[in-house]
Design a protein around this ligand. Structure first.
Ligand code: PBG
Length: 342
């Protein structure tokens, strides 16, 4: 392979390549390519990309109608369980919270920027955009497919007494940004991490402060998955090799975010946001948000826990996430259940 890194081990070309299953989207290919290079750099094993087409890639139905983003994940998991690939890379925020049978979360690499990003016309930030259009006598039209982003955008506008209109969109990054370029929408909101990985960070007109827009649980982080059998002696050391890419502080932080999500999912189907960050002296601060899509109600709470980064760290983080979810439910999160859950 060209562009071999100067550090790390040279690929052992005598070993059979590890097969990394990936979706064909530009973002999935970029993420998989990065992980493939990192696995080779750290283990010396060559990695080949195997394209897996998922129903979510070919269907034009709304994601909600075909069962959420889990559809992107399940085709890769089937390929793992059928032995067609050795490992897979997912966006962690797309992973269902239920632990899959027969599979192993081999590594959670260090998280990219977790913030959401605004891509707006004329290089404008959110406040400027809304004010400029108010002057023109109409609300800003902002595209996002995410109820979580809609809820927080609408809550922000309500608080300021400004008007904006959230417009449901889906499609890949090109399609979404295209709505702004074409003038159909005034802005779209996307994950910063995805844009960075695609080399499109120059198109971001504002990084949305988590004060305004708490990201999705796991946003900006990747998940590297292999079969549980890869950790057994006959697995050839694959699980241990992949574990070299693990970043414990990220893994523990997203464990707290996902525990909050899992607990809330059991009791409520409202938009959920969660972000855990490390403070001084191994303090993990978890912030959780539950709201209504119209932004009329937004419950926001946080919890701090000193966490020892030992082998129980994930369990400590899970306990923190569950405790915060319980407080949110007590404060009325359960009552925010959407129509579908009724
Ligand atoms: N829902 C799709 C999805 N899954 C992961 C990312 C971005 C990368 C990440 O969050 O790690 C995106 C696109 C987006 O939300 O803009």
């Amino acid at each position: 392979m060209n562009g071999q890194p100067l550090t790390g081990q040279a690929p052992d070309t005598t070993a059979a390549p590890l097969r990394l299953g990936t979706r064909r989207s530009a973002l999935a290919m970029a993420q998989s390519g990065m992980v493939a290079r990192e696995v080779t750099r750290r283990t010396g094993r060559p990695v080949e990309l195997v394209e897996i087409t998922t129903y979510g890639d070919t269907s034009r139905e709304a994601l909600a109608q075909i069962g959420g983003t889990g559809v992107f994940v399940s085709a890769l998991r089937d390929a793992l369980l059928e032995g067609r690939i050795d490992f897979a890379v997912h966006s962690l925020k797309d992973l269902p919270t239920a632990a899959p049978e027969g599979l192993l979360l081999a590594a959670v690499p260090e998280r990219e920027d977790s913030r959401d990003a605004l891509v707006a016309r004329d290089g404008l930030a959110l406040g400027e955009l809304v004010e400029k259009l108010a002057g023109a006598g109409r609300p800003a039209r902002i595209g996002t497919g995410s109820p979580r982003r809609m809820a927080q955008l609408n809550a922000w506008a309500r608080e300021r007494g400004d008007r904006l209109e959230t417009v449901a969109i889906r499609g890949n990054v090109d399609t979404r940004i295209g709505f702004v370029a074409s003038g159909e929408l005034d802005a779209v909101v996307l994950a910063t991490a995805g844009l960075n990985r695609l080399g499109r960070s120059a198109e971001i007109t504002e990084h949305l402060d988590p004060e305004l827009m708490v990201p999705a649980p796991g946003q900006g982080a990747l998940a590297i998955e292999c079969t549980a059998a890869a950790a057994l002696p006959e697995g050839g050391g694959l699980a241990a090799a992949l574990a070299a890419l693990d970043h414990a502080p990220t893994r523990v932080a997203v464990a707290a975010e996902r525990a909050l999500l899992a607990t809330l999912e059991a009791g409520c189907s409202a938009p959920v946001a969660a972000l855990a960050g490390w403070g001084h002296r191994s303090e993990l601060r978890l912030e959780g948000v539950v709201g209504t899509v119209d932004g009329a109600t937004l419950l926001k709470m946080s919890a701090d826990g000193p966490i020892v980064l030992d082998e129980t760290a994930e369990q400590q983080a899970v306990a923190l996430g569950r405790a915060l979810a319980a407080r949110l439910l007590d404060a009325g999160a359960a009552a925010l259940m959407g129509e579908r859950a009724r």
